[in-house]
Design a protein around this ligand. Structure first.
Ligand SMILES: [Zn+2]
Length: 495
């Protein structure tokens, strides 16, 4: 008997960074999933590598919903508190100072751009998108509570989390990134401003604002701003609870950001905040790490428009999305012209195959097992969201469609309908590839209008109304649309 969605849901395995193993996914509350993903710091253009991470979690979000879960997906916007490593200055404050703008002008500009890029690449919006500046009170309260528990201390208007004490009294610090505290102590560089900390690996919950610092709020410790790690703890707790199912982000956030989140969460509630930690891997370009300083970098907009010196032409957002999904999210993916061209071709082939399904002949028996193929698609996605394998299965489907077209394979009407449904579910709903090419809705509408005209013309010919039939053909030809009558019906070409 064919499996149902309930069967497939039981088989989902997720690689948990915390345990280093693939585990059967069991949410805390049956039927519901709470998922938090660290969003961007909106002080500059969104990095293409981050876009890849957000596409990965978009597919995870889509698939969980497809499996029947009610998902609450929270992704934050960091608009305060993320410090430059070398100068200890808030990234947004610094940009505002340099560009002589209000910090919120910087935040607005890059938040709008971020949403526009993710929209172009067909990501669904999260259910809640909270900001750090919208949760200052919660961050002050959390800082007070950690101080009360004796796991933080105040120095000169700043409050630091006491990592050594936490490690001794509460839980091992470093369990996600598998770093030993002794090594951390030995390896920590002595940076400026760290002298007021008791231990160099302690991190700020609240920072005193220097006179030139623009973004500042009153607190029990004087005017200052929250530490970056704290915002994710208070926002995830507020919207998903002290413990929730999935926390995601880029690999680079594992340490120290996520390690600090675990420590803060456990210091506050006594519980491990997250059940499944998921980390998306890096995007490289032409075999090298992407980096602004070496010039080996490209903006999403530069790929979409072709306005750059690294690629010979523009690639549509759906091509870039398809390219991202050709690697499993935990693997490094390399961007190159060849890879983008392969993605463009591959996506076209899948779309063309899908468009043929309706016109395939129907047989009394099927020579191809649609149920087994369907199982193999779920198996791929249930194996820690293995999108490249799922895509390979779609290509198998496409190949079979070609064989049916040529009479080498056969499908019954029921199987044909199932093939179409499953193909469309995986390609459009789960992988989030738009059905139409990126030109958009206009060409979609045109296609429908032409179908209607062709039907009317066929009706006219049946009724021997040659005058009307010819008029439809000739007037379309006059605007550059040529109808071609073949044995499989009428198709068209646009000049
Ligand atoms: Zn975060």
């Amino acid at each position: 008997m064919a499996k149902t969605i309930d069967d497939y849901r039981q088989e989902l395995k997720i690689y948990n960074s915390l345990t280093g193993q693939k585990e059967i996914f069991e949410p805390l509350v049956p039927g519901h999933v709470g998922m938090y993903v660290c969003g961007p710091t909106v002080y500059s253009h969104v990095h293409l590598g981050n876009v890849r991470t957000f596409v990965s979690f978009d597919v995870i979000y889509r698939y969980l919903q497809h499996l029947g879960y009610k998902v609450r997906y929270v992704r934050n916007i960091t608009d305060a508190g993320h410090l430059e490593e070398d100068t200890d200055e808030d990234k947004i404050s610094k940009k505002a100072r340099l560009e002589k703008l209000e910090p919120m002008e910087i935040v607005q500009k890059y938040t709008v751009e971020f949403h526009r890029i993710l929209d172009k690449i067909n990501n669904l919006p999260p259910n809640i998108e909270p900001t750090a500046t919208g949760h200052i009170i919660e961050q002050i309260e959390a800082t007070k509570e950690i101080l009360n528990k004796g796991l933080a201390y105040e120095v000169n208007g700043s409050v630091y989390f006491d990592v050594i004490k936490y490690n001794k009294e509460v839980d091992t610090y470093g369990k996600l990134s598998r770093r030993k505290i002794e090594e951390l102590i030995a390896n920590t560089r002595d940076l400026e401003g760290q002298d007021e900390k008791r231990n160099p690996q302690d991190f700020a919950l609240w920072k005193k604002a220097k006179p030139q610092h623009i973004m500042r709020w009153p607190s029990p410790w004087g005017e200052g701003f929250p530490g970056w790690h704290l915002e994710c703890t208070v926002m995830s707790t507020k919207y998903l609870g002290e413990q929730f199912d999935i926390h995601g982000g880029g690999m680079d956030l594992k340490f120290p950001h996520h390690e600090c989140e675990i420590a803060q969460g456990k210091a506050l509630s006594g519980k491990d905040p997250v059940r499944y930690w998921m980390h998306a891997n890096m995007l490289t370009m032409n075999g090298k790490k992407m980096s602004k300083s070496t010039g080996n970098t490209i903006l999403p907009e530069e790929i979409f428009t072709g306005r750059n010196d690294k690629l010979s032409k523009a690639y549509a957002p759906d091509t870039v999305r398809f390219f991202f999904l050709m690697a499993q999210y935990r693997n490094v993916l390399d961007l190159s012209e060849d890879a983008l061209q392969a993605a463009e071709k591959g996506l076209k082939r899948l779309r063309e195959a899908y468009a043929k399904i309706d016109r395939l002949p129907e047989a009394r028996t099927s020579s191809w097992d649609v149920d087994a193929w369907t199982d193999s698609l779920y198996e791929a996605m249930n194996d820690d969201f293995n999108t490249p394998v799922a895509i390979a299965r779609l290509f198998e489907g496409a190949k079979t469609i070609g064989q049916i077209e040529q009479g080498q394979q056969s499908l019954t009407q029921t199987d044909k309908e199932k093939l179409k449904r499953v193909f469309s579910t995986f390609m459009f709903d789960i992988l989030g590839l738009p059905e139409e090419q990126s030109e958009g809705q206009c060409s979609h509408n045109l296609e429908h209008v032409l179908r209607i005209l062709i039907d009317l013309r066929n009706q006219a010919r049946k009724n021997k109304n040659w005058e009307l039939a010819d008029r439809i053909r000739d007037e379309l030809a006059a605007i550059g649309i040529r109808l071609k009558d073949g044995k499989d019906g009428t198709t068209w070409e646009i000049d």
